[in-house]
Design a protein. Structure first.
Ligand SMILES: NC(=O)c1ccc[n+]([C@@H]2O[C@H](COP(=O)([O-])OP(=O)(O)OC[C@H]3O[C@@H](n4cnc5c(N)ncnc54)[C@H](O)[C@@H]3O)[C@@H](O)[C@H]2O)c1
Length: 378
């Protein structure tokens, strides 16, 4: 007997209007191999680009047929054709650019991490709230095929009540692609596991308790952590594990997710991490007592976390502009991903478990209060 077909809704739904004028700030690696290939595939309207390195901007414009290269940030921001500013610079530059772009009346798509610490992230949130403009963050893993498909199934009750979630990656990461990370005091969680933590929040909401342990590889050149294990405890008893090692030189690399519930299981692989950034499609297998107790479904997925998923954050932002609602990765949501990232660093450095509610200043700000939210917990 043929297996029944499992219909999974994982491809992004584009809004009716997708021709907003986009201005790119920062023309480095991820813009060239992530943002622009995805935008081109869907016919988005990239008006122009700017980089402090003029040569990078010109090269990017040539390679992706972008009509304008700007002399300065001010030139880009004063162009009325540009409605959305798409920032892809190192996070410590992002706050100043975001504040200027909002002051110029532009909607924003920021790169992850929103900032290199919670204080600057909160400052961007404040500027966004005061402007009334839309600000989203490029946590595009939510639109990667495996995570988007899991979200659809979990929301439809496929696994019943979630009880255990795991994302485990053991990879040989090409660190030379980001030379600027070598000196960073924060590394693995802030720049990589942030995607997995954001995916866990997307699928299961915010945890109650956060415990992280960090380590380094004996031969690594980078200053900060490259091997991390984080446990998230949820109020209803679910436990989640994010365990990532970027120095597995054995050749036996893996990148897996496994979401278990009272009624079923979803498990699969994160294709991009098998040969970053070339990658391979995600895989997904699923079983549900609720849907077909005798069947294991093998779902064929298309598209890669990079570049294909990059269409998600940008078009979700466009949908929010049209509807007046919130983008899926709106800054008010992303501030809680930043809170989770900070909690991991506090946990690992202070050797203690952190309560998600310790950051009550953020809650006050999100509720529209005026307390000084720039103080991070010790
Ligand atoms: N979402 C993802 O999956 C993903 C993947 C890779 C990188 N990133 C993020 O994207 C950002 C950029 O990473 P990258 O790998 O492309 O780095 P990169 O060094 O390759 O590119 C950054 C570019 O920004 C330019 N730049 C720096 N400061 C600037 C400024 N003030 N104004 C204009 N241009 C400026 C640089 O000249 C450079 O061309 C980082 O924050 C990184 O964390 C996200």
């Amino acid at each position: 007997m043929d297996s029944p077909i499992l219909r999974v809704n994982y491809k992004p739904q584009l809004p009716s209007k997708i021709d907003y004028g986009i201005g790119i700030i920062g023309c480095g690696g991820i813009v060239n191999y992530g943002h622009l290939p995805a935008y081109r595939k869907h016919g988005l309207n990239v008006v122009g680009c700017f980089d402090i390195n003029r040569e990078s901007a010109e090269k990017t414009a040539r390679q992706h047929d972008i009509p304008k290269v700007y002399e300065s940030l001010d030139d880009l921001l004063s162009d009325h054709e540009i409605e959305i500013v798409d920032i892809a610079v190192q996070p410590w530059h992002q706050r100043r650019i975001a504040e200027q772009a909002l002051a110029a009346g532009k909607h924003l798509l920021c790169q992850k991490p929103l900032a290199d610490g919670i204080v600057d992230a909160i400052a961007i949130l404040r500027a966004a709230q005061q402007s009334g403009l839309k600000v989203a963050v490029n946590q595009q893993m939510r639109w990667s095929a495996g995570i988007a498909a899991a979200k659809d199934l979990i929301d439809r009750g496929f696994i019943g009540q979630p009880t255990d979630a795991q994302i485990q990656v053991s990879a040989s990461t090409p660190w030379h692609m980001w030379p600027w990370l070598a000196e960073s005091p924060r590394l693995e969680v802030q720049y990589h596991s942030i995607h997995y933590l954001d995916a866990m929040r997307y699928l299961f909401g915010d945890p109650e308790w956060i415990t992280s342990r960090f380590a380094k590889y004996p031969l690594q050149k980078a200053r900060a952590e490259t091997k991390t294990i984080t446990v998230l405890d949820y109020a209803w008893g679910m436990q989640a594990l994010v365990a990532v090692n970027h120095y597995d030189e054995s050749g036996d690399n893996y990148a897996t997710f496994r979401f278990l519930g009272t009624e079923g299981l979803i498990k699969g692989t994160i294709g991009l991490m098998y040969n970053y950034p070339t990658g391979r499609p995600d895989t997904l297998e699923a079983h549900s007592n609720n849907f077909a107790p005798d069947v294991w479904f093998d779902v064929r997925l298309e598209g890669l976390w990079i570049p294909d998923a990059f269409i998600g954050p940008m078009t979700s932002l466009m949908a929010a502009i049209q509807s007046g609602g919130k983008a899926v990765t709106d800054i008010t949501d992303n501030i809680n991903t930043m809170r989770l990232v900070d909690a991991c660093y506090i946990s690992a450095t202070k050797h203690r478990t952190v309560h998600f509610g310790e950051f009550e200043e953020i809650d006050t700000l999100l509720a529209g209060g005026t307390d000084d939210a720039s103080r991070a917990p010790a």
